[in-house]
Design a binder for this molecule. Structure first.
Ligand code: TRP
Length: 361
């Protein structure tokens, strides 16, 4: 079976380091591995509208921001189709058919939906569209017969729900759909990069994000004000690594080579951590290393973005081409789905003949 990737992001804001280490960096590696026959990366505007239906302007603005982030982070339109979800009407049709295969109580048990309902204070007034978004996500994945879905850990319940829908569909109508596997980051810290304030997750509303498009000055300022160990008051005090955001970020970004280049007092992160824990290592030195490490990663991304920003027609062309390719694929799958569900009346010659016979003497 050919290896196919589908994944995507809701365009509710620019992409930040949490997106980058949680999924985007991996996608670029997978793309460049040459192991995948087809790669589809989707800007999930229709899904974003399920909890932003009253703010379409925000979603629209962020289509271009996310596209710029994708391309500047290294997604290559020669290898990867970047497309816009709402342009692929087959996805809506698939969702409608899949709704028959999922119960309300199963959706209520989906942990991601549950926590998002709490987060948004929907309680008793949950929009039906929002409630059904796991079904639409199953449509996104299956329309491309994706075998691999690179995502953050918060998306695992969605992939599980997709697999259930695939099984239910295939056992009811015949083998058409493909069961996907989730691919989560290997490095546990990358699964849930905390915000710069040490809070659970980077989130635009908490103002604790470092964006891929931040200027060097922004990055420096944000790192310098990062949450560390509040009890590490003097340089000589022993410091704690646990929950120390600067070290968490170093865990996600730092390689041994960085020490030789930026901080030759230590061979690797473990040595630096030991010193911090013993006492005698100040926060500023650790933060300066992190700034250098982040800049090494972000500078080329920023430079590509600056170029792309001067060529928006090119970015739109990329989106159009990707969308066309996605459309071709989704149409193929939808046709198979319709045939399996016996709703392909005009294409089914045997059916037409049987109808003719039924009424002939
Ligand atoms: N739910 C994903 C997010 O919140 C976006 C998304 C929509 C997605 N459809 C998908 C991810 C299909 C992977 C596969 O970012």
């Amino acid at each position: 079976m050919s290896k196919i990737i589908l994944t995507g992001d809701r365009p509710t804001g620019k992409l930040h380091l949490g997106h980058y280490v949680g999924s985007l960096r991996r996608r670029v590696e997978l793309q460049n591995s040459g192991e995948y026959e087809k790669i589809f990366i989707m800007i999930a505007d229709a899904q974003a509208l399920t909890d932003n239906f009253d703010n379409p302007g925000k979603i629209r603005e962020n289509i271009i921001e996310v596209a710029l982030d994708y391309l500047s982070a290294g997604l290559d339109p020669e290898k990867t189709n970047i497309f816009i979800q709402s342009e692929i009407n087959e996805l809506t049709e698939l969702s409608f058919y899949y709704m028959n295969l999922v119960t309300v109580s199963r959706l209520q048990r989906n942990p991601t939906v549950k926590s998002e309902i709490q987060l948004r204070n929907f309680e008793t007034s949950i929009p039906v569209g929002f409630f059904c978004y796991p079904i639409s996500q199953a449509a996104d994945i299956t329309a491309f017969k994706a075998t691999v879905v690179p995502v953050g850990v918060d998306q695992l319940p969605m992939i599980e729900q997709t697999r259930e829908i695939v099984n239910k569909f295939n056992s009811t109508y015949g083998e058409v759909l493909v069961e996907p596997q989730a691919l989560i980051p290997e490095n546990a810290v990358c699964c849930r990069l905390p915000g710069t304030d040490g809070k659970a997750k980077m989130s635009k509303s908490l103002g604790n994000c470092i964006y891929l498009s931040d200027t060097p000055e922004d990055v420096k300022k944000k790192v310098m004000s990062m949450y560390t160990d509040p009890n590490h008051l003097k340089v000589t005090d022993p410091g704690s690594i646990e929950g120390n955001t600067v070290f968490t970020y170093l865990d996600a970004f730092c390689k041994d080579e960085h020490f030789e280049k930026y901080c030759p007092d230590y061979k690797n992160l473990d040595e630096m951590k030991d010193h911090y824990q013993r006492g005698g290592l100040g926060d500023v030195k650790v933060k300066k290393l992190l700034i250098n490490v982040l800049e090494e990663e972000l500078a080329p991304i920023r430079a590509r973005r600056a170029e792309l920003e001067q060529n928006i027609p090119y970015v739109l062309e990329v989106l159009k081409k990707g969308t066309q390719a996605a459309h071709v694929e989704a149409t193929k799958t939808l046709n198979e789905v319709r045939a399996a569900m016996k709703i392909n009346y005009f294409d089914d010659q045997a059916l037409i003949e049987s109808w003719e016979k039924k009424f002939q003497g």
